[in-house]
Every structure is written in structure tokens, then in C-alpha cells.
Design a protein around this ligand. Structure first.
Ligand SMILES: [Zn+2]
Length: 246
């Protein structure tokens, strides 16, 4: 299943005992959907590509703007005006031509979310707004697909891994969140760091080793360099995953 080139390319991670060739094969057989190709999505898809995820679907409906370039590291000056999934897919194909990258230039809505993620092993949250995060969360719960949530603001960020049926879902964690879409401050380093934590979770979840940020939220405070945690509780009356939910 792993080619000679695979064994060479991924040599250093295959050396990690609890991962090994078995873990690499699992990554190669995996399909991950990256929802959003902004600061979080650029860095998550970059490291998923490095790690050798066999199939990555990139979903976004925006075009690259100059003001994106302080943090969205797969988009270059020459890409301004280009659709983000295409700009990202082009770079990823140059980095690793042995994997399949599918760009999808679409807005994620209540109507298409389940179709967009159907059959995937994992969905990565690279969104910049909670409205779409909740749509994805609901679709992931309905399809039984794990969802790695990441979110950032300025120098602050958070990560948790949601496994439908086992952990609280996003709607359990945030019963009510403002759906206002406004421009918020962000340094490039914050989504990069949160994205790397999301991919660390993705590799462990897909390859089946280590322990995950399930039922726990990790908070990063870049001003003080504090990493803190909060235990998350499932809401039995959750509108999405509770008995009264979907
Ligand atoms: Zn829930």
C-alpha cells in the first residue's frame, strides 16, 4: 500500500514507534474536509498535505484579498482575486503530488453541508464565523463524522475535538453565540499555532494513537503564553446532539 517514495517521504514520522507504517497507511486511506481556506485552513491543509493524508477536500467561497496575506500562508500576491480553494490546491499539489486535493468553490449552507462532507473521515473547522461552524457541527453529528474545532481572535485561540455520540458537540459547548460577522483582529501566528494543534489531533485520530482533546477545550493566550483547559459537558437537551435534537 505504501510506495517506495512514500516510505522515503514520510520516513521521519514512520520512525515514531506508535505511528509507524501502519499509521502512515491509515493517513493515506483517509479523506479530510478542510472547511475554510483562511488563516486556520491554509495551515491545517498545508500540514495535512505534509503528513500524507490521501485525500483532502478544500471548501471556501471567497477570493483572495491583499488583507488576507498576513495569515493565509497558501495565498500569494499573485493570487489576489483567485478563488481560495484553487489558490490553496495549486500550492499543495506542488508540495505533495502523491495525494488527491479537491478544491470546492462553494458556500457551506444548511442545504449542502451534509453532501459536502459525506463519506469523509474527518472535518476540520477553518471557519471565521460561528454561523457556519454550527451548520458544520450539525452536519457532522448527523453523518457521525469527527469535527476538530478551532477558533481564534487576536492572540487568543481554542481547540477541541468533537466525536459525535461520544463527546459534547459544538452546540453543547456554545448554547448561544452571536452570529454577527464582523472583521476581528488577528496575527498570522495565532491561526498557525491553532491549526498545528488541530492537525496534531487529526493525525492521532486518523492513525489511532495517543489521547485526544475530546471533552476538553484547550485555550491559548498569546499575550501571557498560557495554555489552559476546561472540561466540557454534554448537554442532554442539546438542540443538535441531545435526545430532543436531530
Ligand atoms: Zn450537542
Amino acid at each position: 500500500m505504501l510506495t517506495k517514495d512514500d516510505l522515503t517521504r514520510y520516513e521521519r514520522q514512520i520512525l515514531y514507534t506508535s505511528f509507524g507504517e501502519k499509521g502512515q497507511k491509515r493517513l493515506k486511506q483517509s479523506h479530510v474536509v478542510v472547511a475554510g481556506l483562511g488563516g486556520l485552513g491554509c495551515s491545517t491543509s498545508l500540514y495535512l498535505t505534509c503528513a500524507g493524508i490521501g485525500h483532502i477536500t478544500l471548501v471556501d467561497c471567497d477570493c483572495v484579498e491583499l488583507s488576507n496575506l498576513n495569515r493565509q500562508v497558501l495565498h500569494y500576491e499573485e493570487d489576489v482575486g483567485e478563488g481560495k480553494p484553487f489558490s490553496a490546491a495549486q500550492k499543495l499539489a506542488k508540495l505533495n503530488s502523491s495525494i488527491e486535493v479537491t478544491p470546492v468553490f462553494k458556500k457551506i449552507t444548511e442545504h449542502n453541508a451534509r453532501e459536502l462532507i459525506k463519506g469523509a473521515d474527518l472535518v476540520i473547522d477553518g471557519m471565521d464565523n460561528f454561523k457556519t461552524r454550527f451548520i458544520l457541527n450539525k452536519a457532522c453529528v448527523a453523518e457521525g463524522i469527527p469535527f476538530i474545532h478551532g477558533s481564534i481572535h487576536g492572540l487568543f485561540g481554542e481547540v477541541t475535538t468533537i466525536v459525535p455520540g461520544k463527546t459534547p458537540c459544538l452546540a453543547c459547548i456554545f448554547p448561544a453565540v452571536s452570529h454577527r460577522q464582523v472583521s476581528f483582529p488577528v496575527f498570522g501566528v495565532t491561526p498557525a499555532l491553532i491549526a498545528i494543534l488541530q492537525v496534531t489531533e487529526a493525525i492521532k485520530l486518523l492513525a489511532g494513537f495517543g489521547s485526544l482533546l475530546t471533552g476538553r477545550m484547550l485555550y491559548f493566550n498569546g499575550e501571557t503564553m498560557d495554555f489552559t483547559f476546561r472540561n466540557l459537558v454534554k448537554n442532554p437537551n442539546c438542540r443538535v446532539c441531545g435526545t430532543k435534537g436531530v
